[in-house]
Design a protein around this ligand. Structure first.
Ligand code: GLN
Length: 450
């Protein structure tokens, strides 16, 4: 049914980079065989899932939205892919994304822009915009994404679905094409908080293949989503994430969500996190710095594209030609920014300073969580913007990540749940919890989602 739905609507939504009916149906038959053989499969066995094209898949190509990886077939599955396969989920295909997960709209994909199912003239958010569009358009019941600087929560918010960024290290980065390694976090998309928790639980947990994987057990997120109550919880409204720059309808839906939480028995207080306003500039130094190092592996020798290798050129020339053609403008901008910020003479002023800001944000979270159990804010300052509106203005594009980035810099758990419409478009409520407090955001999210 989902393959048929994709065939019916994806010509307009453009959520998928790769769909392969035969491979998907073969996977589904394999699940039936395992079940018939008496294998104990998890609660999601037989449920289809769409993967962001940043997760390696041994039976489907993986491009990370880049020309430099066009046609590349990974020799192995990412841990997330492998665990979901083992749990009996069936892969519907690979979803579109901003190139190497750099962007907030999918307009930086080297292939095409995905469209928001609520209004096809608008973006579905990014970088995991194919995954959010696929779930919102009923092409997939579940999908995966990665959240380095909001790339799960922001697209979930603008397409009216649930998107969760787990605690950093709570879900494995093994087989996830790297953008910024100290931030990259795989997570789930779904249409309800409970569905997201089921998917989350199926792929998370310690992975010896990821050196930053946390040793602690995953908090029981499915139980928390089923519990769905806020009775007696203290909820902090982040004072700095309001006012000018927030679309009036977004602020109105946010205020209503806070009232709902109060009516359900939560105690709501205002909390100040003064350093959160510096998160965006710090992120846009740290993430490009890490990407400039991670993307050095695309050297024209090891993967995908190779340009100008006709025997007349040196390896260095082939590398330069390949990177010039294979990387898009945003990726080049980030590599240049990051290389600059890391160079000796500038390191202390830029990268070093940004890392200090990161510590201040961590302290803001710590002092906030001495007063409250979770923090809430709008997920994004505005609803989905029109395709093209911010494409030529990187700074305007970066503003979409204003509220989501603090939790990335510190590794905290955070979710976006739908909280109504503004001018006919979805608005998201962000709920943030301490590191390893993933269960709390599911508990509160399930109580307040609508
Ligand atoms: N908008 C952020 C960026 O462009 C999103 C990154 C992400 O979470 N992958 O860096």
């Amino acid at each position: 049914a989902h393959l048929d739905r994709i065939a019916e609507v994806d010509g307009r939504v453009n959520a998928f980079l790769h769909v392969d009916r035969e491979t998907t149906l073969a996977q589904a038959r394999r699940v039936d065989e395992r079940r018939a053989a008496g294998e104990e499969l998890g609660p999601l066995a037989g449920v289809p899932v769409a993967h962001k094209d940043v997760f390696t898949t041994a039976d489907m190509p993986t491009t990370a939205g880049s020309k430099i990886l066009e046609g590349w077939r990974p020799p192995y599955d990412a841990t997330v892919t492998a665990r979901l396969r083992a749990a009996g989920l069936v892969i519907l295909g690979k979803t579109n994304m901003d190139e190497f997960a750099m962007g907030s709209s999918t307009e930086n994909s080297a292939y095409f822009t995905s469209h928001n199912p609520w209004d096809l003239e608008r973006v579905p958010g990014g970088s995991s915009g194919g995954s959010s569009a696929a779930v919102a358009a009923y092409e997939a019941p579940l999908s995966t994404g990665t959240d380095t600087g909001g790339s799960i929560r922001q697209p979930a918010s603008v397409t009216g679905i649930v998107g969760m960024k787990p605690t950093y290290g709570g879900s494995s980065r093994y087989g996830v094409i790297a953008f910024a390694s100290s931030l990259d976090t795989p997570g789930p998309f779904a249409r309800t908080v409970l569905d997201a928790a089921l998917l989350h639980e199926a792929f998370s947990g310690h992975d010896p293949m990821d050196s930053t994987s946390v040793a602690e057990a995953v908090p029981p997120v499915v139980d928390a989503a089923r519990r769905a109550d806020v009775n007696g919880l203290r909820i902090g409204v982040v004072k700095e994430f309001a006012g000018e720059g927030y679309q009036p309808g977004v602020s109105a839906r946010f205020d209503e969500a806070v009232e709902v939480l109060e009516s359900l028995g939560a105690k709501v207080v205002e909390v100040s996190c003064p350093n959160f306003t510096y998160a965006l500039p710090a992120y846009y130094l740290i993430a490009p710095s890490e990407c400039s190092s991670n993307l050095a592996r695309f050297d024209a020798m090891r993967y995908g594209l190779r340009v100008g290798d006709d025997g007349s050129r040196s390896a260095e020339e082939v590398m330069a030609l390949t990177r010039a053609e294979g990387f898009g403008p945003e990726v080049k901008r980030r590599i240049m920014l990051g290389t600059y910020a890391l160079s000796s003479g500038y390191y202390d002023a830029y990268y070093g300073k940004a890392q200090q800001v990161r510590t201040l944000i961590k302290r803001d979270f710590e002092s906030a969580f001495e007063q409250v159990d979770v923090l809430v804010s709008p997920t994004t300052p505005t609803t989905a913007f029109p395709i093209g509106e911010r494409a030529d203005d990187p700074v305007a594009m970066y503003l979409a990540d204003l509220c989501t980035i603090p939790a990335n810099l510190t590794g905290n758990a955070a979710i976006s749940v739908p909280c109504g419409l503004a001018d006919g478009l979805p608005v998201g409520l962000q709920i943030m919890a301490p590191v390893l407090g993933d269960d709390r955001v599911y508990r509160v999210g399930a109580a307040v989602e609508r």
